[in-house]
Design a binder for this molecule. Sequence first.
Ligand SMILES: [Zn+2]
Length: 180
Amino acid sequence: MTLPQLPEEQIIQVAGFVADYISVQRQRAHSLAIPLSRPQTTSLSGFFRSDILNSTRLLVLEASRVENPPFYALLREMGFTSLPDFSQMAAITFSNVVVSHQRMTGGPLFHELVHVEQYRQLGILRFAELYVRGFLVGGGYEGIPLERNAYQLGERFESNPQTQFSVELEVSGWIRGGKF
Ligand SMILES: [Zn+2]
């Protein structure tokens, strides 16, 4: 895939658009979303900080889909192709609010909670910036390190849900190692 070589100030500008989109979507969904269930919290307590499990909210959309960002038209003009289609994804996490198109359990729920931990450590603006840079450097959605981290840990949990590990330490290790 060919992706545009953007000047630094344009990357920062796009990251700002993404951060605003995340904040707006988060705010919109938050009042409709509900906490994790007791069984969900119990099964995940050996992996996530309790403040993550207690503050995360879930919203399952039934009659609507997540809207793609309003600035996608502008990004296409800048030369972006194959932008992630959020309306077709199983779920997307806006800071501590997980919006999904189906009920989330197991590895997919775990994956989204890894994003909540990433947001906690990075903040929305830095998360957005690393997401955009990861998309450009990695050559698309699959190459975004924030996604690869979440997929890896989600798969590790799913293949062995009894063996606990700290998502907080995994994410901070990736940050310290400059892997995002
Ligand atoms: Zn993801």
